[in-house]
Write a new protein. Sequence first.
Length: 184
Amino acid sequence: MFNDPEPQHPATDADERARALYWGELVQLKHEAEYVRRYRDRLAAILTWIDVGRAVISVGALGSWVGGLGLPKVWAAIIVASQVAEAVMAKLPLTARQKGLAAFGHALDAMLIDALLEWEDIQSDRAGGPEAIVRHWHRLMTLRHEAEQAHLPGGLPFKSRLFRLADDEATTYISMLYRSRRTP
C-alpha cells in the first residue's frame, strides 16, 4: 500500500491521521475504478461474442433453410430460438450487470477526478484543518457507497484475476503520479 506523499509543512498527529484517511480512500477509489473498468470490459467482450455467435447461427440457419439443405423444421426452430435469445438478452443479468458496471465506472472516474483535486488542496494546506479533511474523506466514502448502491444493488462480484490486473495498474498510476519521498 502507498503512504501519502510528504506534506509541505510540519503536521500534527491529527493532520497526519486525517491525511492518511483521505489518502487511503483515494488509493482505494483508484483501485476500484480500475477493477470496475476491467470487469466491465470483460463482460462487454463476452456479450459481443454471444451476439456474434447468435447472428452467425441465425444467418446460417436462414441460409440453409432458404437453400433447401434439408431439415427445414430444424432450421426454422434455430431461427426462432435466435430471435427469442435476442429478445431475452436485454433482460439477462449479464447484460444488466455490464450496464451497471459502465455507469458505476463513470461515477468512480468522476469521483477520482474530484478526489485528486481535493488531494492537491490537502497537500498545499488549502483544504482546512484535520476536521475539514475528515469531512472530505467521509463525503468521498459516502459518494462511493451511494454510487455502488445506485448502479450495482447486488454488489460488485470479486474476480481474483481481474483484481490483480487492476491492482497492478492502479499501483503503477499512483506511483507515477505521486512519487513519495517516503518508502511505501
